[in-house]
Write a protein that binds this ligand. Sequence first.
Ligand SMILES: Cc1ncc(COP(=O)(O)O)c(C=O)c1O
Length: 451
Amino acid sequence: MRTKILLKEAELPTHWYNVVADMPNPPAPPLGPDGKPIGPDALQAIFPDALIEQEVSRERWIEIPEPVREALDMWRPSPLYRAHRLEQALGTPARIYYKNESVSPAGSHKPNTALAQAWYNRQEGIRRLTTETGAGQWGSSLALVGQMFGIDVRVYMVKVSYEQKPYRRSMMETWGAEVFASPTDQTESGRKVLAEHPDSPGSLGIAISEAVEEAASRDDTNYALGSVLNHVLLHQTVIGQEAKKQLAMVDDYPDEVHAPCGGGSNFGGIAFPFFADKAAGKAVRLVAVEPASCPTLTRGAYAYDFGDSVGLTPLLKMHTLGHDFVPPGIHAGGLRYHGDSPLVSQLHHEGLVDAVAVPQIETFEAGVLFARTEGIIPAPESCHAIASAIRSARACAESGEAKTILFNLSGHGHFDMAAYDRYFKGELQDYAFPEEALKESLAHLPQVAQG
Ligand SMILES: Cc1ncc(COP(=O)(O)O)c(C=O)c1O
């Protein structure tokens, strides 16, 4: 029985797949503060032109520049695994496969877009980038590629993650980046949050405000985002394209595709190439998996909201918990985002993409079972997809159905062992869903644009 299904370097995709071409309705446009759609020029202060073009493109295929493909082959194509041992432990007739994105130097899928973004910025003369990071996976990815392309990188790291994961900080510094615990007192945005909440644990929304503010105020600096925006999801579609080829090599095709969902980039990356088949009539269930304590798709409003906490970004139509919602300090730091990708949100709103929310302890149970059967210790974010895939595989064990289940192992958890320690000591909690806090923050949605 085959365990690893591998592609050759030459089989790395030559194009990114743009889901917009197959969506039944055009994406809702980003809006300015006046409630009118923004033009590409509104983004020029912080993004290079090539990425702005990709952001608004409707072309189905966008060619991957040769130097980007050449650099991607440091870790791509990534392996697809058949999880025989997990299947056996679950006693399921289901066939479970996972795409192993933990093989990149930073340990997750994030370098797939970091590399492309750094390359386009360098092409347009940018030598300095700012960004945010939650779990530290995105910040390390940008630090890695900044080093490769001669770009200085400054990372605003969500304070709770900065404290939970000191070695992610060391990793970024090893690759030459500067790292700050956000909220900081270095930006107007950070100072504003600290004045109201001196003990703020930080959030991705706050860190984004700080990074965007710095980039917008300096001509020599651009901003790079690790998720949410269309061009970021686009760059991640190498994952799903490879997975499709790999499954075809063993004559299989998924009934279900599960991926953790924070800002939507690894979900979009693995799921969108299968969405192309779904749009053409094929039955495939695409499942975005989020934490029960930050349930953006399953409990959030579908509305225009800011991408950051302070309100510096354009308004994006997305599932949101409200831009000033600060989620509990769960260990899946990469899933603590108040919003979601507008593309994923719209597809979910239109009933084309499913979402489930899983409580923290169930995700660690799943991660430990996975580590003890398949060997790889998963990132807490990835544990969400594993938990959801396990739910399905257990349902198959009951019904006798032999489904094909694919999930994205978005990263490894080697820098998350403190979280595993706390799980083993019984110190982790399933946070009660903060209904009151949610109502309060949804009351602050920008009214101007909701029509
Ligand atoms: C390992 C891992 N998986 C998943 C995510 C979720 O992000 P996204 O939904 O953008 O892929 C993150 C974000 O930091 C991550 O580090």
